[in-house]
Design a protein around this ligand. Structure first.
Ligand code: SF4
Length: 448
């Protein structure tokens, strides 16, 4: 019998920033599916191990024939260090993900092979070529994969005890037609929503060992007829879940009702900006600040909590953006909020535009964690942008403000308080900031 080969799949760590960290008890949060998915596509003559380096230190002496690494931009320095360490010991390394798909030449300084695009499309070729000692430098997925018949990710290869919550995550759709300038989803996963057959999604959920789960889809309700079919099929399962979606869900009463009835407890919604001009420029004009208030009211009435996502640093943003956004969140009782500093991730239109304008000021990829400023904003200085980001995070998660939002309705108070307290822990790692000057020092501050 031929020798079995060993594949070691590694998730690197984020060395800086506030996200993707392990808890004090040494446990990680949401499970990312790309490595368990590749493990499921690996032929049976391979032994596969998944190492989450956020929780388990990397041992470079570990026996492996091939190492596979995927990483977000902020994790890339860690990914490259891991790749270098294994290659020094003569182990071949293949890397994939959005960052290396955008910058394959950079990745090839650290890896033997790079997969550009959805790795599932070429994974068998990579493994076959490795077995023939004929790895190519770049494998380009020339097509988007068919979601029908996708294998169930190998969650059994993860150490269950090492994850706090969010262990059961899954995907029902991929792709997004909106092409927002700061996001790589459309370029990477395509501009059409691809969907898995509802029956396959339900089968996967029935195998979960928890009642609660999370859809990792970029917009679980992006294709309403599919979402309605899925939500209807979920109702008898009596589960609770969360997912990312767009505010437009509020415009379809049936969809909204089914989201709630199927156990949708919260929705992570990308508001991104309160400026019409910004939303229009980034192709998100279906998001409209005018309609936000009524939409939030409807989503709340359906019994769904909202975690809003906001981005700061667009060309139209001056320092008044922080106070305006904070007031909006408090007036509308947005249950919790994630704030991000605009970040030009390689592979996005924003990266290309800022690169062309010579406005990228920092190439340390570890700082591309949405909590640091790596470009030159237009209507405020980089320091003001950073201070404003810390200010709004700390203020949104003061005890007084958490209580004000959480008490908006008797239903679900405990859940909202628990969620907010966990965000407060992150907010409190940020520097304390005094009163901001909201007058808007404007373009002068940025020297524009
Ligand atoms: S930010 Fe959301 S809506 Fe915009 S392209 Fe990305 S996934 Fe689509």
């Amino acid at each position: 019998m031929a020798d079995r080969k060993k594949l070691l799949l590694i998730l690197p760590r984020n060395e800086r920033g506030y996200w993707g960290k392990v808890s004090k008890s040494g446990k990680a949060g949401f499970v990312r599916l790309s490595l368990p998915q590749l493990a499921a596509l690996t032929p049976e003559d391979w032994d596969v191990e998944i190492l989450d380096s956020r929780i388990t230190p990397v041992d470079f002496k570990k026996k492996a024939d091939l190492v596979g690494i995927t990483a977000f931009t902020a994790e890339i320095p860690s990914a490259y260090a891991i790749a270098d360490g294994f290659r020094k010991n003569g182990v071949k390394v293949v890397m994939g993900g959005v960052h290396v798909s955008a910058l394959p030449e950079e990745a090839l300084r650290h890896a033997d092979s790079v997969v550009a695009g959805e790795a599932e499309a070429v994974w068998r070729d990579v493994l076959d070529d490795f077995s023939k000692d004929a790895l190519k430098p770049v494998y380009r997925a020339g097509r988007l994969i068919e979601m029908k018949g996708m294998p169930v990710p190998r969650r059994d290869l993860l150490d269950r005890k090492l994850y706090v919550s969010g262990f059961n995550t899954l995907q029902a759709t991929r792709g997004c037609p909106f092409g927002c300038e700061f996001c790589a989803v459309t370029a990477f996963f395509g501009e059409k929503f691809r969907t898995r057959p509802v029956g396959e999604v339900i089968d996967e959920i029935q195998g979960f060992d928890t009642r609660d789960f999370f859809f990792l889809d970029d917009n679980i309700a992006g294709k309403p007829p599919y979402a309605k079919e899925l939500f209807k099929a979920l109702i008898p399962l009596k589960r609770t879940w969360g997912g990312q979606t767009s505010i437009t869900i509020a415009k379809d009463d049936e969809l909204l009702g089914l989201y709630a009835k199927s156990g949708g407890k919260y929705a992570f919604i990308g508001f991104e900006s309160l400026s019409e001009a910004t939303l229009k420029r980034m192709n998100k004009s279906w998001n409209s600040p005018d309609g936000y208030r009524e939409s939030i009211r409807k989503i709340h009435s359906a019994g769904i909590n909202i975690i809003g996502s906001f981005v700061f640093g667009f060309d139209e943003d001056d320092p008044s953006v922080f106070k305006n956004t904070f007031d909006f969140i408090m007036e509308n009782n947005v249950d919790a909020a994630q704030f991000n500093i605009l970040t030009p991730f390689p592979g996005t239109k924003l990266y290309d535009a800022l690169e062309k304008e010579g406005r990228i000021t920092d190439r340390d990829w570890a700082k591309y964690n949405t909590g640091e400023v790596v470009f030159r904003p237009v209507c405020m200085g980089p320091e003001e942008l950073l201070r404003g980001y810390h200010w709004i995070f700390r203020n949104t998660y003061s005890i007084k403000n958490i209580l004000k939002r959480s008490l908006r309705s008797p239903s679900g108070i405990a859940y909202r308080i628990v969620v907010n307290l966990s965000w407060r822990k992150k907010a409190h790692r940020m520097p304390r900031v005094g009163a901001l000057n909201f007058s808007g020092a404007g373009r002068k501050a940025a020297g524009v």
